[in-house]
Structures are given as structure tokens and as C-alpha cells.
Write a protein that binds this ligand. Structure first.
Ligand SMILES: Cc1cc2nc3c(=O)[nH]c(=O)nc-3n(C[C@H](O)[C@H](O)[C@H](O)COP(=O)(O)OP(=O)(O)OC[C@H]3O[C@@H](n4cnc5c(N)ncnc54)[C@H](O)[C@@H]3O)c2cc1C
Length: 396
């Protein structure tokens, strides 16, 4: 998927303020050490206390403008928040969508919709954590999704299924992309899909069924079934049939925030590996004295610093309201690769202990692997760069 519209400028956040935000996030995360995450991971439980603390501190409302009760921070600051969370060994994935999913309402919602939802989301009274796009049959090919929304009087009636709808059990609202006009009846192939805000508190048991999906890491993801589920027509965002455009519109923000997470992960692995390589003595000397251990750490460090520069650049352009599709995509690509390189290096540095639960390396290793696949897979970013930046023929 490619982003089609660029963001409007955000208020800049000063370097001092960003440093303060980083320190505050770090302090908050210190209350959620490895054993907290290990327990949740073992039992596949949601980090409710962690998410509540982030919400209370206003971090998840970073990108909601102050007029709606949010923190009104820049993308640079928001990406720094995500980075610090991961760098502290915590996991932002259970709540990161709360930061960016609301962007669709902010940019394309009516004044009444914004007034109804944004202040409540900013206060933490409403959770908008769920984003229903992916389906079992269409996968990456979003335009082939099959869930339908048919207008009947003052409601839409929804039928279909979503897959990988993360956090649906821990969210009040879901941003849903569904087909309102059949694929063979639209003028342009990108038309005919619409965005609806589903109030899952009302819909559960009335046409909405949520089933948890167990994955290799603790991610609170689900599959969601719609059977004649009614959504009030007033919950339609923007114009009917233009939903694909609205969803694409939020992609740069999503890419930049996730790439911030990746940089945080990479830095966590590099810190862990460096500390361990200094301490662990084998053959009478620290393993970090061997170039075979040093070089992969140094290489991962260089890769993560290069990726971090791209994240900064993408965020800065976003904040200036300048085109940043290319940079946001590259930041996500390079960030996810750097995180994975660092993760693999860290396991290798730890040797057998890299597989032991108590060091958190294996948990973070599993968690960071996701970013080369979701929310957008590396292949699709490469296709975007090839086609839209390098002018090569469309490959799909
Ligand atoms: C833990 C988790 C959480 C998720 N959370 C959400 C969520 O909250 N909401 C949501 O809507 N989705 C979510 N997703 C879905 C995620 O966005 C998709 O898994 C991802 O975009 C890849 O789509 P797919 O799994 O359908 O892969 P497929 O589309 O089946 O593709 C399989 C592989 O083939 C590659 N491929 C496909 N077509 C091409 C092509 N033309 N050229 C090159 N390579 C190609 C893909 O890149 C991928 O590597 C989540 C996924 C996971 C695993």
C-alpha cells in the first residue's frame, strides 16, 4: 500500500522537550521490568497496567491536537516515545495503534465526529486500538477485501471477516474498512471501500464475534467475524467509497511510529549484547574481546544509527507537512531490518543464554521479528520504492 496524501504541519516540539519526554517515558517504563513482560508473555495476557500508565501520562494522545484534549506533540516526539518504550525493554505494540489510528478521524471525520470521539480518546475514556483491514483471502491486496457494508436506512449492515485485528478485545472502537460498492461497479479500482467506526461495546454479541489468535509472541491479535452487524450511518468517516484513500493517508504516520519502535528495539539489543560481551568470560577473557563478537555488535550499531537518521528525517518532513512517503517507507524498511539484525546478533552474543527466558532476549527476538512483516511487509515497501520512487514498472 502506498501513501497518497502528505500530512499537514504539526507544532514543532523543541529538543529540550523531546529530551524531557524521553526521560519521562524511560522513568515510566522502569516500573514495568522484564519479569512483568515475561509473566504476560507466558500467559498471553494484555499489559493493561502498562497501557493505563501510558494513557494516564498522555503519551498515547501525543498526536491528538490540544484543542481535542491531546498533547499536540510532533511526530518527532511521538516516534521518540515509541523508541524509548522499546529501548526500555517494554513492548509498545499492544497500544501503538491508539496513537495513529485516530488520525483517520482527525483528518477525515466531520466536526461532530471529532468532538464525539477525539476528546474521549485523549482522556483515555475511549480506546481506539483496533484497525480492521486485513482479511484471510485478500491479505496484502487490500482492494480485494470481501467484507461488505450495505446501507439500509440509517444503518450499514456489515458481513464478512477480518484477520489479525490486533487488540480488538482491548478496544472500545474499531476502524473498519469494508466494501460499499462491488468491485466490478466502481469507476476507479481504488474506490468502493469505506471507513466506519464500529463501537464494539454495542456490537459484541449483536453480529460481532471476536476470537483470539495465539501467535509466537504476546500480541493480543484476533480474528473478527461480522454477521449482519449494524453500524449507524453517522459513523461513516468522510465520503462513502473513499475509504481506501483515507486509510492510505494514515500510512506515513504508522510507518514512522513503528520505525521508531524498531530503533528502540535495535538499541535495546545492542545495549544488552554490549553489556553481556563485557561481562561474560570464556577462555579466560571477556567474549567481547574477540572480534568475532565485537564486529557483529559494531555492525548492528552502524545499521541502527543509519536507520535512526532516516526515521528522524521522515518525522521531520512529516512535521513540516512536506511529502514524506519515500522517507517513511525507507525508515520502516531500514528500521525493521536493523532491529532484526541486532536481535540475531544479540542471541549469538548470548550463546545458549540467548534462549533462556530470564534474559528477555528471546522474547524481544520474537517480538521484533514482526516488523519485517507487519504492519507492512518489507517486500511491499521495496515494491513501493521500485515503482513510485525509481519509476520501474508496477510489479503487481
Ligand atoms: C501479529 C500481527 C498483527 C497484525 N495486526 C493487524 C491489525 O491490527 N490490523 C490489520 O488490518 N492487519 C494486521 N496484521 C496484518 C498484516 O498487516 C499483514 O500480515 C501483512 O500486511 C502481510 O499480509 P499477509 O499476512 O496477508 O500476507 P500475504 O499478503 O498473504 O503475503 C504473504 C507474503 O508474500 C508477500 N507478497 C505478497 N504479494 C507480493 C507481491 N506482489 N510482491 C512481493 N511480495 C509479495 C508479502 O509481502 C508476504 O511476505 C497483523 C499481522 C500480524 C502477523
Amino acid at each position: 500500500m502506498t501513501a497518497v496524501r502528505e500530512p499537514t504541519p504539526t507544532a514543532p516540539t523543541s529538543t529540550e522537550e523531546i529530551a524531557q519526554i524521553r526521560a519521562a517515558v524511560k522513568a515510566l517504563c522502569a516500573n514495568f521490568p522484564g519479569e512483568y513482560w515475561r509473566k504476560l508473555d507466558r500467559e498471553r495476557l494484555y499489559p493493561s497496567e502498562f497501557v493505563a500508565a501510558l494513557t494516564k501520562a498522555g503519551f498515547l494522545a501525543a498526536l491528538i491536537p490540544e484543542e481535542y484534549g491531546g498533547s499536540g506533540l510532533s511526530m518527532t516526539a511521538a516516534a521518540a516515545i515509541m523508541e524509548e518504550i522499546q529501548k526500555s525493554g517494554c513492548n509498545g505494540a499492544p497500544c501503538h495503534a491508539q496513537m495513529y489510528t485516530m488520525g483517520t478521524i482527525l483528518r477525515h471525520g466531520s466536526p461532530a465526529q471529532k468532538a464525539r470521539w477525539l476528546p474521549a480518546i485523549a482522556k483515555g475514556e475511549l480506546r481506539l486500538q483496533a484497525f480492521g483491514v486485513t482479511e484471510p483471502t485478500s491479505g496484502t491486496d487490500t482492494l480485494s477485501l470481501r467484507t461488505t457494508a450495505v446501507r439500509k436506512g440509517d444503518h450499514y449492515v456489515i458481513n464478512g471477516q477480518k484477520l489479525w485485528t490486533s487488540r480488538a478485545e482491548h478496544s472500545d472502537l474499531m476502524l473498519l474498512l469494508a466494501r460499499t460498492t462491488a468491485k466490478d461497479q466502481v469507476k476507479r479500482r481504488t474506490e468502493g471501500l469505506s471507513v466506519l467506526v464500529v463501537d464494539m461495546r454495542e456490537a459484541k454479541g449483536k453480529g460481532l464475534t471476536i476470537r483470539p489468535l495465539r501467535t509466537m509472541m504476546n500480541h493480543a491479535t484476533t480474528e473478527v467475524f461480522f454477521d449482519e452487524m449494524k453500524v449507524p450511518a453517522e459513523n461513516l468517516i468522510g465520503e462513502e467509497g473513499q475509504g481506501f484513500r483515507y486509510i492510505l493517508d494514515g500510512m506515513n504516520a504508522e510507518r514512522i511510529l513503528i520505525s521508531g519502535e524498531c530503533i528502540g528495539d535495535a538499541r535495546w539489543f545492542i545495549d544488552k549484547a554490549t553489556a553481556y560481551a563485557r561481562e561474560r568470560v570464556v577462555f579466560g577473557r571477556p567474549i567481547g574481546q574477540n572480534q568475532g563478537i565485537q564486529f557483529p555488535i559494531a555492525q548492528a550499531y552502524a545499521a541502527s544509527e543509519a536507520a535512526a537518521l532516516m526515521v528522524e528525517r521522515a518525522a521531520r518532513l512529516f512535521d513540516l507537512g512536506e511529502p514524506c512517503g519515500k522517507e517513511a517507507n525507507m525508515a520502516k524498511l531500514l528500521g525493521a531490518d536493523a532491529a532484526w539484525q541486532a536481535a540475531d546478533m544479540c542471541v549469538q552474543t548470548y550463546g545458549g543464554f540467548g534462549f533462556a527466558e530470564e534474559f528477555d532476549v528471546e522474547r524481544k527476538f520474537r517480538e521484533t521479528r514482526l516488523y519485517r512483516v507487519a504492519p507492512i511487509s518489507t517486500n511491499l515497501i521495496l515494491s513501493y520504492l521500485a515503482e513510485h520512487v525509481l519509476g520501474l514498472p508496477r510489479s503487481y
